[in-house]
Design a binder for this molecule. Structure first.
Ligand code: ARG
Length: 403
């Protein structure tokens, strides 16, 4: 085993990373610095400090990354209307490169030669962490205990915890918790009963959205402001990016917006089933499409839609810091120059629907499209010629095929 002098561990204070901390200290016999990012997971982070202290950690970093997360990662991604496999808003995928960036930053600052993470060998997250480290500083080694130690299952993990007197958290029902990843964009829940896709997810897996059946019977109307493709206000109130997304999460959560029960294809090769809750993100995606509908040119909008699956797949697979993602980002950002204005939505029993949109940069012309008489001259004969030429090949084909 190569000698490691100092390790920066991505540490949540949860069961897995508490065990990893112990294991790293024992296995490498070196200093471990812990890094805990506040990404708006909605948990108190001060207890994390106490836990790390109790484990003998001297250098404990707890950093509030909420604004950077939303401003530099979530917003750029949402400009693309990114969805993986048509449905997943990439809430975990987009957080990893940010965490990796700070792991690398701290490693450089404290002259650590390695970083460590708690992602397993079966998931996507290991790729996202490690591809990011590869891109940002290839001289830093990555330690992934889940791929190295002899612990092979969650059962064995619990046994290890018991042996080392590491407290095991339990969920609302007193059972070992699901595998949960939460931040300002989403909550992802995997494992246990959810591993059988034929089983209906029990109610208690949902954390930040009410069941649409129990949502208020009266709809709520909200207005969302955009500037150059980014969210800038909710109900006329300008706030910071993280505050805006927090506000939308509250509104969406109350109306049961943004639940998703999905079987997806992991990059590593297997299918997995997860429950996602993305209330604010779902509202934002719908609203963004609404403002784009009046401000984007047709060909520009369609080109965006063509590259979107590719862009989403890059983020899902962990290539945030790759040149092809940055190239697509430049194209997407360029398209947003006039994507400004306001969208009004109705939140009602699990749905967020656009009910009106307005923009000073609108391309929409009522005069042009109207069924009534209008001042704009539109020569209907042009349409006749347009159809004749577009139909030319179809007429040739029909004649040959004897239709
Ligand atoms: N499957 C999702 C993804 O690859 C979520 C992964 C993390 N979630 C979790 N519950 N551990 O982005």
């Amino acid at each position: 085993m190569t000698k490691i002098e100092k390790i920066v561990l991505s540490y949540s204070g949860g069961l897995d990373t508490s065990i990893i901390l112990k294991w790293l200290q024992e296995t490498y016999g070196c200093e471990v610095v812990t890094f805990t990012a506040d990404l708006g997971q909605g948990e108190e982070l001060e207890p994390v400090r106490a836990k790390a202290e109790m484990s003998g950690v001297k250098d404990i970093r707890i950093v509030d990354l909420r604004e950077e997360f939303v401003r530099d990662f979530v917003f750029p991604m949402l400009r693309a209307n990114a969805l993986y496999e048509g449905q997943y808003l990439l809430g975990s995928s987009i957080a990893r490169p940010l965490i990796a960036k700070h792991l690398v930053g701290i490693a450089r600052e404290v002259s650590a030669d390695a970083v460590a993470h708690g992602a397993t060998g079966k998931g996507n997250d290991q790729l996202r962490f490690e591809l990011a480290v590869n891109a940002l500083d290839p001289s830093i080694k990555v330690i992934a205990p889940w791929r190295q130690w002899n612990i092979r299952s969650r059962m064995q993990l619990l046994e290890y915890a018991e042996k080392h007197h590491i407290p095991v958290p339990s969920d609302k029902c007193g059972e070992a918790p699901f595998s949960i990843d939460a931040n300002l964009l989403h909550t992802s829940t995997e494992g246990k009963i959810l591993e059988n896709p034929a089983e209906v997810a029990p109610d208690h897996v949902y954390q930040r959205t009410v069941d649409p059946i129990d949502a208020p019977d009266t709809p709520e109307i909200i207005t969302i402001g955009f500037e150059r493709g980014d969210l800038v206000s909710v109900n006329g109130k300008a706030m910071t990016p993280a505050a805006l997304l927090t506000e939308l999460n509250g509104l969406g959560g109350r109306h049961g917006v943004g639940r998703l029960d999905l079987v997806e294809n992991r990059f590593i090769g297997m299918k997995s089933r997860g429950i996602y809750e993305t209330p604010g993100g779902t509202i934002l995606l719908t609203a963004h499409r609404g403002i784009e509908s009046i401000t984007l040119d047709r060909a520009a909008a369609h080109l965006k839609d063509e590259i979107m699956p590719r862009y989403a797949e890059l983020i899902y697979n962990g290539f945030w810091f790759a040149p092809e993602r940055e190239m697509l980002q430049a194209l997407i950002d360029h398209s947003q120059a006039f994507v400004s204005g306001e969208v009004t939505l109705r939140l009602y029993k699990g749905s967020a629907s656009v009910i009106s949109r307005a923009s000073a940069c609108s391309l929409y012309s009522a005069d042009l499209v109207t069924f009534e008489e209008s001042a704009i001259t539109f020569d209907h004969h042009d349409a006749e010629g347009f159809i004749r030429l577009n139909g030319l090949r179809l007429r040739s084909l029909a004649a040959r095929n004897g239709r």
